[in-house]
Ligand binder design. Structure first.
Ligand SMILES: Nc1ncnc2c1ncn2[C@@H]1O[C@H](COP(=O)(O)OP(=O)(O)OP(=O)(O)O)[C@@H](O)[C@H]1O
Ligand SMILES: [Mg+2]
Length: 326
């Protein structure tokens, strides 16, 4: 199967006073038509920077310094302004963690949708209005015709995120990147929003890239999963394999720190240690200092040479302890 969106060896760096932050340092990802790809990893692992890079939305002092991004076979890194506008509107869209920040406070929500539609489609104002109302309906905004004229501050957090979803899907993109779309919301609303995203993407055949901390959501929704650690993908595979047979010691650690229904919080095992600071990266394998497998097998190579991403039967993994890696 040819991938719709294919990222290879992506490097996105930030030039800061303290030196170069290698936020994304050799990321490989593939998104196939219509599938749900989950991206998981601890805070600071480079999930958001990867997502922004895919749309070339990384701002100064950040810069994509290496690798390739292809959408439908076309080179995103060499696209001009016009091609990029088309890519971001029609082909790939993105929703963020903080819906209200992304909504324009002085334009009604309905007009934000109609303007987008008119910018990209040759339609009349009336058609645009009808489409916007039906979109607001489909994302579960009650009384959509009346709410058309509402402003962002008049919406609850959950409603604002629903409107963001309506905007993101207005042009029927082939890929929707949702970066922690529910973390700012109440737990009860989170499940509804995730369910809504899944339903709408399925109906439209839109591939969904879901960036999340929540392995429960991944288990329920994703077809494939990429696990990120310190700016790299350390394991990528289908969701069944990830949960039944995780290969990378980091993935194993994440899974064992997952809350089990009915288990008391004190008994959960989190991975000891913290994600390395970009200014203080381990020289070889970035997970080596926290890796139980390295310690129990007494492996020196993990501190000497960076492991490459190795293809496995069901995906890929970056670890010296995997057979065939050395
Ligand atoms: N504007 C910036 N300037 C310098 N460093 C940055 C900038 N933006 C991000 N970074 C760094 O890039 C790294 C990756 O950040 P990113 O936001 O992608 O992480 P994340 O995986 O999305 O984390 P979270 O789960 O907290 O959202 C971090 O070390 C972060 O400090
Ligand atoms: Mg993030």
């Amino acid at each position: 199967m040819t991938a719709l969106l294919e990222i290879e060896n992506l490097q996105t760096h930030f030039k800061t006073e303290g030196g170069v932050v290698r936020a994304v340092d050799g990321v490989d990802l593939k998104v196939n038509e219509g599938e749900v790809l989950g991206i998981v990893g601890e805070s600071g692992s480079g999930k958001t920077v990867t997502a922004l890079s895919a749309l070339r939305l990384v701002d100064e002092p950040g810069k994509i310094v290496g690798g390739s991004i292809r959408y439908d076979g076309r080179d995103v890194l060499s696209m001009n302004k016009k091609e990029l506008t088309q890519l971001r509107g029609d082909r790939i869209s993105m929703i963020f963690q903080q819906p209200r920040v992304c909504l324009n406070p002085v334009i009604s929500i309905g007009r934000q949708i109609t303007e987008l539609l008119k910018q990209h489609r040759d339609i009349s104002s009336k058609e645009a209005r009808n489409t916007a109302i039906s979109l607001l309906n489909s994302v579960g905004i009650p009384d959509a015709e009346k709410r058309f004229s509402a402003y962002a501050h008049e919406l609850s957090g959950g409603q604002a995120q629903r409107v963001m979803i309506a905007i993101a899907l207005a042009l029927k993109p082939r890929v929707l990147i949702a970066d922690e779309p529910t973390t700012a919301l109440d737990v009860t609303i989170q499940a509804q929003i995730i369910e809504l995203l899944r339903e709408l993407c399925r109906e439209m055949g839109t591939a969904l890239v879901l960036v999340t901390h929540d392995l429960g959501v991944v288990a329920e929704l994703a077809d494939r999963v990429a696990v990120m650690y310190a700016g790299q993908v350390v394991e990528e595979t289908d969701v069944e394999t990830l949960f039944s047979n995780p290969q990378h010691p980091y993935t194993q650690g994440l899974l064992s720190s997952m809350p089990v229904l009915g288990q008391r919080a004190e008994r959960l095992t989190a991975i000891p240690g913290t994600v390395p600071k970009p200014s203080d990266m381990p020289p070889a394998c970035r997970f080596a200092p926290r890796c139980k497998t390295r310690i129990s097998l007494g492996m020196d190579i993990c501190n000497q040479e960076p492991p490459q991403l190795l293809r496995t039967a069901k995906g890929s993994v970056r670890c010296w302890a995997i057979e065939g890696a050395s």
